[in-house]
Design a protein around this ligand. Structure first.
Ligand code: HXC
Length: 258
């Protein structure tokens, strides 16, 4: 499909979505978020795709929600349209793994969007922050909740209350990102990771993601029980039989996502 503010293309088994609104550092306006939702939905439905990479430009992953679009909105208007809830959380409904490849600014809603993804890889020039406090507001797309789970209370408070930016090295030290790579190789590294994930059996990949995400919402006891149910259910797949037979026969498995 053709979009105006993003690009979406298949790279092998990986769906690559590039935020492409350079005039506003990929500020996340309504149109962009609508298109992002459509592209995510299309890759989710495409059986040839096993993982998704979401990236921006070298200068900005996304500099936040679109401030100019938000500035005159009133309380009743944003409340009744469910601003954020109605468009921003599509990525949370995607079952396939979504990797955020972040170069440049990931601020406010941009940082929150990255945190909604399953894995964040950062380029050396990445800058993360929740600068909403400088605008007289607070994070509104889960920033206050997801940041603390990633980096702990002291650093989350530091970032949310001062609005300062954190560089890639600090983001890696504080476990917000899995690793840092040179800017030039960011997308390539993310695609490689996506390709590795997409080479496995999709039913197991989807349940692995679901199990890890459950840890956000459940007690340890409930989470382990939930994991056990998912684990057992994979023995109903052909790919479990194939994966284990291939190991025993010293050959590569041929997964069929079945
Ligand atoms: C609208 C934005 C924007 C944004 C940048 N632009 N960020 N427009 N919304 N969030 C626009 C600028 O107005 C400018 O347009 C162009 O992009 C280039 O930006 P500059 O500021 O000229 O670039 P630079 O000097 O390099 O500074 C980069 C920056 C700065 C430090 C990232 O742009 C900045 O502070 N942006 C706002 C960051 C922010 O506060 N984000 C949180 C937003 S609130 P023109 O037309 O002048 O060239 C939020 C709430 C989330 O995200 C709640 C849930 C969704």
């Amino acid at each position: 499909a053709e979009y105006g503010m993003i690009k979406a293309e298949a790279r092998g088994k990986v769906g690559l979505i590039t935020l492409d609104r350079p005039s506003a550092l990929n500020a996340l306006c309504d149109q962009l978020m609508t298109e992002l939702g459509q592209a995510l939905g299309a890759f989710e439905a495409d059986p040839a795709i096993g993982a998704i990479v979401l990236t921006g430009s070298e200068k900005a992953f996304a500099a936040g929600a679109d401030i100019k679009e938000m500035k005159d909105r009133t309380y009743p208007a944003i409340h009744f349209e469910d601003f954020i809830g109605n468009k921003w959380e599509t990525v949370l409904t995607i079952k396939k793994p979504v990797i955020a490849a972040v170069a440049g600014f990931a601020l406010g809603g941009g940082c929150e969007l990255a945190m909604m993804c399953d894995i964040i890889i950062a380029a050396e020039n990445a800058r993360f922050g929740q600068p909403e406090i400088k605008l007289g507001i607070i994070p509104g797309a889960g920033g206050s909740q997801r940041l603390i789970r990633a980096v702990g209370k002291s650093k989350a408070m530091d970032l949310v209350l001062t609005g300062r930016m954190m560089d890639a090295a600090e983001a890696e030290r504080s476990n917000l990102v899995t690793r840092v790579v040179p800017v030039e190789s960011l997308v390539e590294e993310a695609l490689k990771m996506g390709e590795a994930i997409a080479s496995y059996s999709l039913p197991s990949v989807v349940l692995a993601k679901e199990a890890v995400n459950a840890a956000y919402e459940m007690t340890l006891r409930e989470g382990v029980r939930f994991e056990r149910r998912l684990f057992h259910s994979l023995f109903a797949t052909e790919d479990q039989k194939e994966g284990m037979a291939a190991f025993a026969e010293k050959r590569k498995p041929a997964f069929r996502n079945a």
